[in-house]
Ligand binder design. Structure first.
Ligand code: 5GP
Length: 175
């Protein structure tokens, strides 16, 4: 019998968070475990080994934790996509639709140079709205997206189809 733990085994589900009816996938237990965290980071960058990646872009907030580690491992730069009003320099913005209302994400306008290759990183792909906004920001600066890597893909919410329809490679470690 194979008793080796997988990435999914380190993730717990919290019932009714942030509100009733939501099953929240909590990756803090994955990040807190040295084997789990290393496994997740290694598996996220595995498909891109040998490809030139100039920048890892991480989506706020858990994409910062994963993206920083992925960038360190690849030996490339890290760039944050943040919620509105958090970045100190000149920014470009993208608005996107949430379950209730709208949100805005921002990127420093000099964070990526046209032609640079980029790996987008976040913890979870649900509807794909957040990732799509990040992709639009990167492409507006002329970044060439090599792939979009997630720990979790929730397939029922259609995010993968939405992001693949933009011509992107989607890589997720578990559902
Ligand atoms: P989407 O825009 O694809 O609908 O939602 C994905 C974004 O919401 C990601 O940035 C992700 O961090 C966050 N998110 C939504 N649901 C969950 C969840 O159950 N667990 C975690 N860890 N993040 C979630």
């Amino acid at each position: 019998m194979n008793t080796q733990k997988t990435v999914k085994d380190y993730i717990r589900t919290i019932v009714d968070f942030p509100h009733e009816g939501i099953l929240f996938r909590d990756v803090t237990t994955l990040f807190a475990d040295p084997r789990g965290f290393r496994m997740a980071v290694d598996q996220m960058l595995h498909p891109y080994a040998g490809q030139r990646i100039d920048k890892v872009v991480g989506l706020e907030a858990r994409g910062f934790i994963l993206g920083g580690a992925v960038a360190h491992q690849l030996g490339c730069g890290f760039v944050p996509v943040r919620k509105k009003g958090k970045l100190p320099g000149a920014v470009i913005s993208e608005e996107y639709t949430l379950e209730y209302g709208e949100a805005v994400v921002e990127l420093h306008d000099d964070a990526i140079t046209a032609g640079e290759t980029v790996l987008l990183v976040d913890d979870l792909l649900a509807t794909g709205g957040t990732a799509e906004a990040g992709i639009k920001l990167i492409e507006r600066l002329g970044g060439q997206i090599i792939g979009c890597a997630f720990v979790i893909d929730l397939p029922d919410l259609g995010g993968r189809e939405r992001i693949e329809a933009l011509g992107m490679d989607v890589h997720a470690l578990c559902a």
